[in-house]
Structure formats: C-alpha cells, structure tokens
Design a protein around this ligand. Structure first.
Ligand SMILES: [Zn+2]
Ligand SMILES: [Zn+2]
Length: 81
C-alpha cells in the first residue's frame, strides 16, 4: 500500500511539472516583462496584456485583436476582514 501511494504522488508531481500553466496576463505579450498584480498593465477586452511601455509603442491598440488597450484597474488587497 505504501508503494502505491508513492507512485501516486510521483504521478501527481510529474503532472504538475509537465503543465507550467502560466497565469493569464502575468507577463507582457510583446516583451514578456513579468507583470505582477501591483504593476501597471494594459489589457484589451480579450485579456491580451501588455506592459505600459509596449502599450505606448502600440498606440494603445492591441496587435492581436485591434481592440483598445485600457489600463487595468488597481487590484485591491482583498476583502477586509
Ligand atoms: Zn512589454
Ligand atoms: Zn487583444
């Protein structure tokens, strides 16, 4: 039974490692600058995300969908107690 569980854990670990699954909007689609929750970021309505510099370069137009890039609203620090 012990062996079975270690194999199961190994399989689960392997699965997680095989799928890095980047969070959507976690980095600039153009220059790949990481964009944290506290960083200014610009995004179109399809959630293509760009850093402020690239957004300026692109004249605030998304190169993927031609939509306008809007500054993402500041994300709060979560609900107060
Ligand atoms: Zn960028
Ligand atoms: Zn877009």
């Amino acid at each position: 039974m012990k062996v079975f569980f270690s194999i199961l854990l190994l399989a689960l670990g392997g699965c997680a490692a095989a799928e890095p699954a980047p969070l959507p909007g976690s980095s600039c689609l153009r220059c790949e600058t990481p964009l944290g929750a506290d960083d200014r970021a610009y995004a179109c309505s399809y959630e293509c995300t760009f850093c402020p510099m690239c957004s300026e370069d692109l004249n605030h137009v998304c190169p993927n969908c031609q939509g306008s890039l809007e500054a993402k609203p500041d994300r709060g620090k979560g609900p107060l107690r």
